[in-house]
Design a protein around this ligand. Structure first.
Ligand code: NAD
Length: 432
């Protein structure tokens, strides 16, 4: 591939057909490019070959089917089959947090090790996964230089982190500005030209690899810290027995310098780990990890508050049937990785509660079954499905004392009170 020229016949290999790699593959295939996915998981490969999404991602089903049936997207197990003929290779494997709270790059190492023997001079290699600062220059390039010294110096290399949000993948792949950090001008231009194929009007920020990697981490950590602050405001609202949601609304409305997010349990596979990546090498005190601590302990705060309220009704949490509504980490997603709702469920289990879980995006028993005879419910994920929960129907299914814990301020407190329920809301003091 030559710099500044992503021709219509450009062929792309994308390693990792996950929540980042597959939507990106579909987007490039829909833009007319030839995409060859490499995926380890045979079940995932099979699903893609059948034109069926292996996870929920709105707006991807039909484009996937079109891409597969036209032959513009194929999926493979062995890099040897496709890497030698590709112009571009994009790494989109997972980079979770290891138990020592450092980045776990085992998937990245294995992907590089499998790719290396098949790379050839002139190819563009893009790091799309979220990584700690300096990964392209301090880990990927030294590895390639050692393993394939004759080729490594003749590759175009860039860090181009993914910033899409789950649920908005296809729209955001078209619309979000790209951050493109090449190791030299030729690499930066080649990568920018490739991403312009997704949308010729796409804004592209050109930079160096470490700035691109930091920009991704700043993006996520900024949101995560703000969520933590909103959760601290929620706890303050409870402490002062007022409604933090209404206060936040007053703060934000018609005031140009405030954009406080909604309080609620925050987590997920990206936000909960990226702060650790960011401050991995920092020896100074920082508030990124403090924000993580606040978000991580919000589920325990919610369970403690529910337990206190049940106690006031004379019911111990241990042994109480509790329905948890929502298990995924965010609204209208089927992703449970690092979900705060799972933390709520685990904490309830540990306290001895009899937990039943319902989630409209997972295969769980129906809502009515989870609520039948439950002494309390926790609305843990703000799926739109729960927006229309009918207070009278919920109350009719449950058993006394019919306590509800709304972690998102989604439910109509007056309607639930009128139905004879004792509804608590995260961020709202008990006795207003
Ligand atoms: N999930 C998101 O919305 C999102 C958004 C922005 C950035 N990110 C980042 O993007 C990266 C990918 O995340 P994800 O959510 O797509 O992960 P994922 O776990 O959904 O997907 C990774 C895929 O790679 C496959 N894989 C792993 N090693 C492989 C190998 N050597 N060869 C072939 N396939 C291999 C796995 O089987 C899996 O299907 C991570 O760094 C993540 O932090 C994720």
């Amino acid at each position: 591939m030559t710099a500044g020229d992503a021709a219509a016949d450009t062929t792309i290999v994308i390693v990792g057909m996950g929540r980042v790699g597959l939507p990106l593959s579909i987007a490039f295939a829909s833009a007319g490019l030839r995409v060859m996915g490499i995926e380890d998981d045979p079940a995932r490969r099979r699903s893609i070959e059948l034109g069926k999404m292996p996870f929920h991602a709105p707006g991807t089903e039909q484009p996937l089917l079109d891409a597969v049936s036209s032959g513009r997207l194929t999926v493979h197990a062995d890099p040897a089959d496709v890497v030698p003929s590709a112009d571009v290779i994009i790494l989109a494997v997972a980079t979770p947090l290891a138990v020592d709270l450092r980045a776990d790059f085992s998937q990245l190492h294995r992907a590089l090790s499998n790719l290396a023997p098949h790379l050839r001079a002139g190819q563009l290699l893009i790091l799309r996964s979220t990584v700690s600062p300096g990964t392209l220059t301090k880990i990927v390039i030294p590895y390639l230089r050692e393993r394939i010294p004759d080729v490594a110096g003749n590759l175009l290399l860039a860090s181009c982190p993914e910033r899409i949000a789950e649920g908005k993948q296809m729209q955001e792949l078209r619309e979000l500005p790209e951050i493109v950090g090449g190791i030299d001008q030729a690499s930066t231009e080649a990568a920018a030209s490739l991403f312009r194929r997704l949308n010729p009007g796409k804004r592209i920020h050109l930079t160096d690899p470490i700035s691109a990697e930091l920009a991704k981490l700043f993006t996520n950590v900024y949101r995560y810290v703000n969520f933590a602050l909103a959760n601290e405001f929620a706890i303050l609202g409870e402490y002062y027995r007022v409604d933090a949601h209404r206060i936040i609304e007053m703060v934000n409305r018609d005031y140009p310098r405030a954009n406080v997010p909604l309080p609620g349990p925050a987590g997920g596979p990206c936000l909960s780990k990226d702060g650790y990546f960011l401050v991995e090498e920092l020896t100074l005190p920082d508030f990124v990890l403090l924000a993580g601590k606040l978000n991580d302990t919000t589920p325990a705060h919610i369970v403690r508050r529910l337990a206190r309220r049940l106690d006031r009704h004379g019911l111990p949490l241990a042994g109480a049937p509790i329905a948890v509504l929502g298990k995924t980490f965010k609204r209208d997603s089927d992703d449970i990785r690092q979900s705060p709702a799972v933390r709520i469920i685990d904490t309830l289990w540990r306290e001895g509660a009899e937990v039943r879980v319902h989630d409209p995006f997972l295969s769980t028993p129906p809502l009515e079954e989870a609520l039948a005879g439950a002494r309390a419910f926790v609305l843990a994920t703000n799926h739109s499905f729960y927006q229309t929960l009918d207070a009278a129907q919920v109350a009719a299914l449950m058993a006394e004392p019919k306590v509800g814990m709304d972690c998102w301020g989604m439910l109509d407190r007056d309607a639930f009170a009128a139905a004879g329920m004792d509804l608590l809301t995260f961020g709202v003091g008990d006795e207003l």
